[in-house]
Design a protein around this ligand. Structure first.
Ligand SMILES: CC(C)(COP(=O)(O)OP(=O)(O)OC[C@H]1O[C@@H](n2cnc3c(N)ncnc32)[C@H](O)[C@@H]1OP(=O)(O)O)[C@@H](O)C(=O)NCCC(=O)NCCS
Length: 214
């Protein structure tokens, strides 16, 4: 899909994540976090969203992180873990103490509180067991994918998912899943187009989608 009037002269490359990309990945995360829209300023700390949805993945499985690089600038990524159950254990033992120290409590809600509140976001950071879905035998891996607005609609999302699926296939992982915000209708159209299917644990409020890797 290419939006009219947004030509891309250079073609971004998909490459493995490098530690020096961490801040750029975190920025893409927060700039796309509110059902695909910019979450900067929505929470008391712009690091909160990446501390739940990006940095733990980079710390745990940097070899399953891939970035879209446009002339040296990270404009998107896909992050994965091969074995969600092991990741949950690692999160509780290794990630949670530092997370708790950085984000001790949610700020007092304001009228501008996002639908996904700061209290909910911190609670999700403290409860990695939320990721233990019933379908882990067939879909043990899970992923997050985000592209900056200017990088969307040029086939990069499709290429990033293909790259991660290949890496998971090479590790013998049978399937990968994701959970998403039901309000993100654009992302849902994307996953449907790529062949993701709804898993039995999916609910209308919290769609859970999966696809075989091979
Ligand atoms: C969702 C996202 C990853 C999709 O990546 P993308 O590069 O824009 O999508 P692609 O260009 O690779 O599209 C792949 C296919 O999905 C379709 N598609 C993508 N977005 C679509 C949309 N909003 N509506 C309808 N179809 C869409 C394309 O038409 C394309 O089909 P084709 O290859 O058969 O022509 C990207 O738009 C994004 O990061 N959005 C903001 C953050 C976000 O929502 N992340 C997901 C959180 S769950």
């Amino acid at each position: 899909m290419t939006a009219p009037g947004t030509p891309q002269t250079e073609r971004p490359v998909i490459r493995p994540y490098r530690p020096a990309d961490e801040d750029a990945v975190s920025e893409v995360c927060v700039r796309t976090a509110l059902a695909g829209d910019d979450a900067r300023g929505a929470y008391s700390d712009d690091d909160l969203m990446p501390d739940v949805y990006a940095r733990p993945y980079l710390a745990y499985a940097p070899d399953l992180a891939f970035v879209a690089d446009l002339e040296g600038r990270v404009v998107g990524y896909v992050l994965g873990v091969a074995d969600t159950a092991s990741f949950v254990d690692w999160w509780r033992g290794e990630w949670l103490p530092a997370f708790d120290a950085r984000h001790p409590e949610a700020r007092t809600p304001t009228a501008a509180e996002p639908a996904y509140t700061e209290a909910q976001l911190i609670a999700d950071g403290r409860r990695p067991e939320r990721m233990r879905i019933a379908e882990l035998d067939a879909y043990p891996a899970h992923l997050h994918i985000d592209l900056l607005p200017e990088a969307q609609g040029h086939g990069l999302g499709r290429r990033l998912i293909a790259t991660l699926r290949e890496a998971l296939t090479a590790r013998g992982v049978p399937g990968v899943h994701l959970s998403m915000d039901a309000a993100n209708v654009g992302a849902r159209a994307f996953y449907d187009r790529l062949g993701f299917v709804e898993l039995p644990s999916s609910t209308p409020d919290a769609p859970l989608l999966g696809i075989a890797t091979g």
